[in-house]
Design a protein. Structure first.
Lengths: 126, 335
């Protein structure tokens, strides 16, 4: 996988008091506003995960996933991971799980372009 | 007669975009990357994409601007060009942002670039030409030049370039100019790109058809659509088609000599390239034809080497840039 195609972040998957936290990377060569990012789906060990109450965290800010499209002034710095918080999901620290993430980006200076990105990786829960 | 390039002739430099792989992989922090570029003698003139290397872009703080200037001074590099973006479509599927916001978006980036010590910015055709009269006076006031990037599928003869040229005539200011990107006048599809598609499993019949459609007249996205339709019918895999179609979006095959029409207002150059051959030539773009136009036409700005092989290769780009700069210096030095 090329660096520009990577969407699962180096920080991987971790357990939180509310559920799980998944690191995500922006699959582009430059920073883009969060409004053009669409998280399509997450599967853990093959099962789809309910994202209706999920939140996105970046650089001290947290937004409900469903409001991500409103974040036109929040830029996802291309070097940094953003974190998807998934409440109600539990996994033991140290256990391994196959995580599949699918997301779309629509670069804001190329009208009509929508790129699909999918990555599957086995992650050890931190 | 052979002489070396004087300090008033074209300069060579590099854009940090060439090192996108190393940057995204977090192999370097910004100061480390600048030092590596300096250590390899690739400067002193460099270009940086604001939204690639600066966390605070588009609104850079005074504090970071000072830190950056310090980093550049320590590395012995010159902040020649800052690439800015015309992000109009902030809500996918909805209307673009309004003109006043887009104008202000450009001004924010111009202020940041100036504050960090850049002498010019690269901007994009996504900025509607009729908004230029609102932005150009601001660039004059800040004393920073703006060059619109003529990037594939655009070229000197493209209607958008003509419309900008007319506006440039009307505004008649030295603060506006062109930044040619040679990907618009590629003579062939890079073999390294075809090899990357082969490595993914693309069949020769698909690549043969790609080469055939790529040189046909028409808009890039229409040609990509034509290839896709044919390939699906012939049973090629969607991911092979996607790998092959990359060529339509980053390269087009207009006449390399067509740049002659833009030399006078060229303020900076993107030396786009994909792979340097053992013969010291670029595999897809005919530099031997293109560079003399600028050398003999009086261009005295900087050509930054811009390796874009990271769109399909994991390499770090450093050796490629060294070879490319050597080729450009060799051509510029010849009289």
């Amino acid at each position: 996988m090329l660096p520009v195609e990577r969407i699962i972040g180096e920080e991987g998957l971790s357990a939180t008091p509310e559920g799980l936290r998944l690191a995500m990377r922006l699959p582009w060569y430059r920073s883009l506003p969060f409004s053009i990012v669409e998280i399509d789906s997450v599967h853990i060990d093959g099962a789809p995960v309910d994202l209706s109450d999920a939140k996105v965290e970046f650089d001290g800010s947290v937004w409900p996933l469903k409001d991500l499209g409103e974040q036109i002034n929040a830029f996802w710095f291309v070097r940094d991971s953003a974190f998807l918080h998934i409440p109600g999901q539990h996994a033991e620290p140290g256990s391994e799980h196959e995580v599949a993430l699918s997301l779309f980006i629509s670069p804001p200076y190329i009208p009509g372009m929508k790129r699909a990105n999918i990555q599957t990786q086995t992650l050890r829960v931190a | 007669m052979t002489t070396t390039a004087t300090s008033t002739g074209p300069q060579t430099g590099v854009t940090l975009y060439s090192f996108t792989n190393a940057w995204l992989n977090r192999k370097f922090e910004l100061d480390g990357l600048l030092k590596e570029v300096a250590r390899r003698g690739m400067g002193p003139n460099i270009e940086i994409i604001g939204f690639q290397n600066f966390r605070e872009f588009p609104d850079v703080s005074d504090e970071f601007a000072e830190q950056f200037k310090q980093m550049m001074a320590e590395a012995g590099l010159n902040a020649t060009s800052c690439a800015i973006n015309s992000d109009r479509f902030l809500r996918p599927g909805a209307q673009p942002i309004d003109d006043a916001t887009l104008v202000e978006y450009h001004k924010r980036q111009l202020r940041s670039a100036k504050k960090m010590g850049f002498s010019l910015v690269r901007y994009q055709f996504a900025l509607p030409v009729e908004l230029l009269p609102e932005i150009a006076p601001y660039a004059e006031e800040l004393d920073i030049r703006m060059g619109v990037e003529v990037h594939a599928p655009m070229w000197a003869g493209h209607p958008a370039v003509q419309a900008y040229g007319e506006m440039y005539d009307k505004l008649n200011t030295p603060y506006l100019g062109w930044i040619p990107d040679f990907g618009g006048t590629a003579s062939r599809i890079p073999e390294s790109m075809l090899n990357a598609a082969r490595a993914k499993g693309a069949k020769e019949s698909l690549l043969d058809k790609l080469k055939e459609v790529w040189v046909e007249p028409g808009m890039s996205h229409e040609k990509a659509g034509r290839l896709r339709e044919w390939a699906l019918k012939e049973g090629h895999e969607p991911d092979h088609i996607q790998a092959a179609s990359l060529a339509f979006f980053i390269l087009s095959n207009h006449d390399p000599k067509s740049w002659a029409a833009l030399v006078d207002r060229t303020i900076h150059i993107h030396g786009k390239f994909y792979g340097m051959g053992d013969d010291g030539r670029e595999e897809a773009i005919d530099y031997e034809t293109i560079l003399p136009l600028f050398r003999d036409g009086g261009f005295t700005g900087t050509l930054v080497s811009e390796w874009e092989g990271h769109a399909y290769l994991p390499d770090d780009g450093f050796e490629q840039v060294e070879k490319h700069q050597a080729m450009c210096r060799r051509i510029f030095a010849r009289h």
